[in-house]
Design a protein around this ligand. Structure first.
Ligand code: CTP
Ligand code: CA
Length: 225
């Protein structure tokens, strides 16, 4: 019903959605990862395509199938996700960064499997580039939508991300709430706008949250043209 109501309102718009978590290899058999399933990002990609947008989904490893009618680029590391996003950034209208990006990676990737020789093992991590921050520095006409996954001080941290990364909107979720967060079909989010307005949504399916986020994006696109 929703997609009939909104018809082809995003036709002619190019949208990048990033989804799922990036992984950073430690050695040939192990990696550092996170709990993101990709469900929120895949729902957004699918819903945007239903509204007529030309969608590229740039996804970390996820067990979800490729949504129909969408170009899907599968990546593994943060560096690969960054390359894939930057390759298209100049030609798109909107970037929605739902991916859970690994903030750090091992400074060295062992060429061989690390053996359990020692009682303690220390892996030295170095900071990854912040993809969304870079997009915020580089953006011209593009709308940038970030996510903020928090366990505390949700609004304060989310607002800080909006400002620091030069975003147009932040979707904040408290990942400790039952009914929100990783690998479930529902989410409870607050949408924070540049003018300070906050929309507090109830527990909804990720598909419903995706529709509401796209409604807001449509409003912003209409304002900016
Ligand atoms: N993000 C990104 N590149 C990174 C880290 C995060 O593009 N290296 C993006 C995420 O996709 C998300 C937003 O930035 O849209 C916020 O991610 P989050 O992990 O909540 O915030 P961080 O800025 O990484 O800060 P912290 O993890 O310390 O809360
Ligand atoms: Ca982070």
């Amino acid at each position: 019903i929703a997609h009939m109501r909104v018809g082809q309102q995003l036709s002619g718009k190019r949208i990048i959605v990033t989804a799922a978590g990036t992984r950073e290899p430690i050695d040939p058999v192990r990696y550092i990862g996170n709990r993101s399933s990709g469900k929120m990002g895949y729902a957004l990609a699918r819903a945007a395509a239903m509204r007529g947008a030309q969608v590229t989904l740039i996804s970390g490893p996820s067990s979800l199938p490729n949504p129909p009618g969408i170009i899907v680029k599968r990546v593994e590391t943060t560096a690969e996700m960054r390359e894939a996003v930057l390759a298209e950034f100049d030609t798109v209208d909107v970037v929605i960064k739902a991916a859970a990006v690994a903030d750090y990676r091992p400074a060295l990737i062992a060429g061989q499997k690390i053996k359990k020789d020692d009682d303690n093992l220390t892996i030295n991590l170095v900071k990854n580039p912040d993809i969304l921050y870079e997009l915020g520095q580089r953006k011209k006409h593009q709308l940038l939508i970030g996510f903020a996954a928090e366990t505390n001080e949700l609004l304060a941290y989310a607002r800080e991300k909006l400002t620091k990364k030069n975003l147009d909107m932040v979707v904040a979720n408290d990942v400790t709430l039952p009914g929100a967060g990783f690998n479930i079909d529902t989410n409870i989010v607050k949408i924070i706008h540049k003018d300070g307005q906050v929309d507090e949504l109830p527990e909804l399916t990720k598909a419903q949250v995706a529709e509401i986020i796209l409604d807001k994006i449509y409003t912003l696109l209409t304002k900016s043209t």
